[in-house]
Design a protein around this ligand. Structure first.
Ligand code: CS2
Length: 494
């Protein structure tokens, strides 16, 4: 029996999939999308079968297409937590295209009259922007290339702009664009970038986008570790079928979405999505409380020798660090609509991190820190600096990142730092003499100051904040001299 047929049998005709047209295109069809938006949409189609199935686009590698095409887009979603394991075959993804191989097919799908919503998970770096300001990086090689070869784009912005250009010219009407990446005001930022990009091509197109296209902001949340061979074998054992597209996640899921769609939308509110007028407080809550502490665990936990989030979150020194961060440093910066209890949110986060059934690598989260730091940690930091306070745990987290990007572990082993700025970061570590020969505070201070000069991460203000940079230097010096564990004990106890 083919993979497609076996999965279709398990899908058990929960809805008449063949007659549900494709109404959404998703750029960046990785594991997160399949555990989140596609899962919500699958529940929706079970309730109301309609034209909201998904065309998933891989912007880079053919892997997901190669996994899903032979199975007609079906895949198993495994939910793992303390209450047990659940498996479900998801049918919401009807087609998967690999953009570098077939840009014309992707553009045709985006320009299809039935395409009403385009969503994205292209990670922070996929926006070709300056994370500190949210503006387009006009020197980005993909931006330059996509403005030249408009029919063969490579970036999300390039595809969106060309598709909207054609829709404008052919009078096909706009689609809504939903960013599902962990960026603050993701819809607003994306809209600004798209208009900036379009202006470089055709000012009238930019005006049309401005008038007709909406980009609702969204807060998305579900922890989705990278799938392993063991996960696939587990599905094979439990369901008796081969599935190359398995995705493993936790039981928890949240999606808060701004209700601003220019071409209609599915009734996602009926399957647990929260539709609101303003996503901002929810974004701040999630980016600072979840992603901020996730990155903290990633840098410090990894340096201390932990492999998985659950290992670090079950280590009492790290637990104390997180509890202190939430209570004293993050929660006081948030202001939430009534009914949102940040104490219980923090409590639930700890339980999610400690989930022993989820094997979420710290190394996976540590990736692309230069793109993540501003929204995860630096906003909280700035709020404290403005009130003349130095949040010691946030400082420790930033120092942890500075230590991490040297690519050398505490035991002296080197590892690969995955970040678009890696060459620059490691050059600075070399040039400043940090980690070369005898460590001294002058070299550390030089290294810290050089890093703080990277405007796309730290903006213009932080390098000039003397008390902050001095304190950061001394934390980094201690971290390097005495190791994470020792600093953690001092910071946590003090
Ligand atoms: C993580 C996120 O890899 C990372 O940077 O912090 O992917 C995190 O797991 C999700 O945002 C949870 O919703």
């Amino acid at each position: 029996m083919s993979r497609a047929v076996a999965l279709q049998e398990k899908f058990a005709n929960r809805y008449p999939r063949e007659s549900c047209g494709i109404g959404m295109v998703h750029l960046g069809i990785g594991a997160f999308h399949r555990a989140h938006q596609a899962w919500y949409t699958d529940k929706l189609l079970s309730l109301y079968p309609g034209n909201w199935t998904i065309s998933g686009i891989s912007l880079r590698s053919p892997n997901v297409r190669d996994q899903l095409a032979p199975q007609d887009g079906f895949y198993t979603l495994v939910e793992n937590d303390r209450s047990g394991q659940r498996m479900e075959v998801i049918g919401a993804v009807r087609e998967v295209l690999c953009a570098p191989e077939s840009p014309a097919a992707v553009l045709n799908r985006l320009c299809h009259p039935e395409t009403k919503i385009v969503s994205l998970t292209v990670t922070e770096k996929g926006y070709c922007h300056d994370p500190a300001t949210g503006r387009l990086n006009q020197k980005h090689p993909q931006v330059i290339a996509d403005l030249k070869n408009t029919n063969q784009p490579s970036s999300a912005l390039g595809y969106l702009c060309e598709a909207l250009y054609r829709r404008w010219k052919q009078d096909l009407g706009p689609f809504s664009i939903v960013s599902c990446d962990n960026l603050p005001s993701n819809g607003k930022v994306l809209r600004g970038l798209l208009i900036e990009f379009a202006k470089l091509r055709d000012a009238e197109l930019a005006d049309w986008i401005d008038e007709r296209v909406t980009c609702p902001s969204s807060m998305v949340d579900r922890i989705v570790p990278a799938t392993t061979e063991k996960d696939r074998q587990n599905v094979q054992k439990q369901l008796g079928l081969e599935d190359q597209g398995v995705v493993v996640t936790e039981g928890f899921s949240q999606w808060v979405l701004e209700d601003n769609f220019c071409a209609g939308r599915p009734a996602w509110e009926d399957v647990g999505v929260t539709m609101v007028n303003d996503v901002t407080p929810f974004e701040h809550m999630k980016l600072r409380m979840l992603n901020g502490t996730h990155s903290t665990l990633a840098y410090l936990g990894f340096m201390a020798g932990h492999e998985f989030v659950a290992d670090a979150a079950n280590d009492s020194d790290f637990q104390q660090l997180l509890l202190g961060m939430w209570q004293d440093e993050i929660i006081p910066t948030l202001s939430m609509p009534s009914g949102i209890d940040l104490q219980s949110y923090a409590h639930d986060l700890m339980a999610r991190y400690q989930n022993p059934e989820l094997h979420h690598r710290l190394y996976q989260i540590a990736m692309d820190g230069s793109q993540k730091l501003p929204q995860r940690l630096l906003g909280t930091l700035r709020d404290h600096l403005a009130a003349n306070r130095l949040p010691k745990r946030i400082l420790l987290a930033i120092a942890g990142w500075m230590r991490y990007v040297t690519g050398i572990q505490e035991n002296g082993n080197s590892f690969e730092v995955q970040d678009p700025l890696t060459p620059k970061l490691q050059q600075l570590a070399q040039e400043s003499g940090f980690l070369n020969g005898q460590l001294n505070s002058e070299k550390t201070s030089e290294y810290v100051n050089q890093l703080l000069q990277i405007e796309e991460i730290f903006g213009r203000d932080l390098a000039n904040h003397t008390i902050f940079s001095q304190q950061l230097t001394s934390v980094l010096q201690e971290l390097t001299e005495n190791g994470v564990r020792s600093v953690l004990r001092q910071t946590v106890i003090a």
